[in-house]
Ligand binder design. Structure first.
Ligand code: AMP
Length: 142
């Protein structure tokens, strides 16, 4: 299974924000949409950073609630690891394990075309394992 197959199942929608948004606005988006991260894009729509709930908790613990007035651009992770549509489920798991994060923007020819979360990976991995188990059962019983 690869990223193209996962995006077919979950859709290509990605929640994005501009670097000028405040942390409070992002926190409200995360809560409202029940998601864990937003991809930060420039005026050209290209990925310029990522901000997850962990970043908000980290700066809140360090600086207190005043930090919620800061702009995302000051806090976001700029060095974003991305994946491509051809990457396999195993490659995604490896990237997340190596980088210790739970979100991977999908970039095709420099353009943001999707986002894979660790929840998507678990869901599609289970489906893949079940498919293999069923095929094995069919094979044994025939
Ligand atoms: P997460 O586990 O996704 O909530 O993110 C944990 C930390 O990794 C946060 O500081 C995020 O900004 C950062 N992060 C999340 N996804 C990525 C990514 N694809 N590339 C680089 N950093 C990331």
């Amino acid at each position: 299974m690869n990223v193209i197959a996962i995006l077919k199942g979950k859709g290509k929608g990605v929640v994005t924000a501009k670097s000028g948004a405040t942390l409070m606005q992002i926190a409200q988006d995360l809560a409202k949409l029940k998601i864990g991260a937003v991809v930060i894009v420039g005026d050209d729509g290209k990925v310029s950073g990522i901000l997850s709930e962990r970043d908000i908790i980290r700066v809140l613990a360090l600086h207190g609630p005043i930090v919620l007035e800061k702009q995302v651009g000051e806090i976001m992770t700029r060095n974003v690891v991305t994946c491509s549509p051809a990457d396999t489920l195993n490659e995604l798991m490896q990237k997340m394990t190596d980088g210790r994060f739970r979100h991977l923007p999908v970039v095709d020819n420099g353009n943001l075309v999707g986002l894979i979360s660790i929840g998507d990976i678990v869901k599609f991995h289970i489906a893949e394992v079940e498919l293999e188990a069923n095929a094995m059962r069919d094979y044994i019983s025939h």
